[in-house]
Design a binder for this molecule. Structure first.
Ligand SMILES: Cc1cc2nc3c(=O)[nH]c(=O)nc-3n(C[C@H](O)[C@H](O)[C@H](O)COP(=O)(O)OP(=O)(O)OC[C@H]3O[C@@H](n4cnc5c(N)ncnc54)[C@H](O)[C@@H]3O)c2cc1C
Length: 338
């Protein structure tokens, strides 16, 4: 039986598949595209490639191919790619660093847009604001800001995601999060217009925002930092955050970081440990010994192994604690039940 994560037979529901992906999914159409030729966008070197492997573009290092893939460098290229997909009624999925995604082994239909080439950092020395392209990596930005003695981004140094993905996820750590320092975000709307949104338009809550509903694509974000601190001190604080993470979390194997949102009052990791699932394995996927809210790809894991382990953890915690662990990881595509 083929299942989408939102229709799993459990009282504890996995996260919904974005409608744009699910509604347009058609295996026959998808496979008919496999031998299509690459498409050149505008008069540029930006190419839309068919049947493009996504497993190397996600931190779990699993997942099948995108029906089509493009990596724009500019807003015009992003627009052209989205328009191309729209004209063909193809769903569009944005992919940052893929550090919070579980993509099905069957891949994704439509166009996947990789944002990593959408770069740029502009520091305003008068206001303490930095404007950053969606594809810039959070750790790099944290290091650059620390070097200037600009305070407020130290917490982000261990988050292996892009600025775009982190704005969408409201990423956070060590009592800091995107919402605290975000001034505004520029998005590409479905009608092709570009809009500047303020944080209070984004429906921010713990590790979530209304940008997760899809349809609006983050182009760049503006953050407010506090200037005038000693670069040495900010750099030391940044490094100490990184060291603390490396000593408490398993960074040596592919993962997506925390799989579940913390339900409170207990952490998801503590609950998983109490039900005896630390170290539990399905295929190549394992609940980490070091931090039970991490699932690791121990080599050769499939997306299905990880999906089934997520489901097992969820149903076991539900049975023992009457608590629904909600995935923080975004689950995309179709999965087969065990
Ligand atoms: C080892 C490890 C540690 C981690 N630690 C933390 C942590 O401490 N705190 C934390 O919050 N997270 C953590 N994460 C999870 C992850 O790094 C964050 O959620 C990160 O912000 C995701 O960014 P990304 O670019 O990888 O997004 P992706 O995983 O690529 O995408 C996430 C979501 O955002 C959408 N998206 C991506 N880019 C855009 C865009 N430009 N416009 C619109 N939508 C977009 C995607 O479609 C998807 O729905 C960790 C992950 C790992 C692997």
């Amino acid at each position: 039986m083929t299942l989408s994560p939102n229709i799993m037979p459990t009282t504890c529901q996995l996260e919904l598949v974005p409608e744009s992906v699910q509604a347009c999914y058609s295996p026959s159409r998808f496979s008919s595209m496999l031998h299509s030729a690459p498409v050149q966008l505008m008069d540029s070197d930006c190419i839309i490639k068919p049947h493009y492997s996504l497993s190397t573009l996600t931190s779990f290092q699993v997942g099948g191919p995108a029906e089509w893939f493009v990596a724009p460098r500019t807003v015009d290229q992003l627009k052209a790619g989205v328009t191309w997909a729209k004209e063909r009624s193809l769903p569009v999925t944005l992919l940052g660093a893929g550090s919070n995604l579980l993509i099905s082994d069957r891949g994704l239909p439509g166009l996947v847009v990789g944002t990593r080439q959408m770069r740029g950092m502009t520091f305003n020395e008068e206001s303490g604001r930095v404007v950053v392209g969606a594809g810039e990596m959070m750790p790099l930005l944290a290091q650059r800001l620390a070097k200037r003695g600009w305070k407020g981004f130290e917490w982000a140094v261990g988050i292996p995601g892009t600025v775009g993905g982190s704005v969408v996820m409201n990423a956070g750590a060590h009592q800091g999060c995107v919402e605290d320092i975000l001034v505004s975000v520029d998005v590409l709307n479905p009608d092709g217009t570009i809009e500047t949104l303020s944080p209070n338009q984004l429906g921010y809550q713990y590790r979530t925002s209304n940008l997760q509903n899809g349809g609006r694509y983050v182009i760049q974000a503006t953050f407010q930092l506090a200037m005038g601190y000693s670069p040495r001190l900010v750099q030391e604080e940044t490094s100490s955050h990184l060291n603390r993470r490396h000593s408490t979390q398993p960074y040596d194997r592919p993962s997506c970081g925390s799989v579940f949102r913390n339900p409170g009052p207990h952490s998801a990791g503590w609950l998983i440990e109490q039900v005896g699932l630390k170290g539990h394995r399905i295929g190549g996927a394992q609940v980490a010994e070091r931090h039970a809210n991490f699932i690791l790809n121990c080599g050769g894991a499939t997306a299905s192994d990880i999906f089934n382990l997520i489901h097992l953890v969820q149903s076991t915690v539900q049975r023992n604690w009457q608590l629904c662990l909600e995935p923080e990881v975004r689950i995309l595509g179709e999965f087969q039940s065990v």
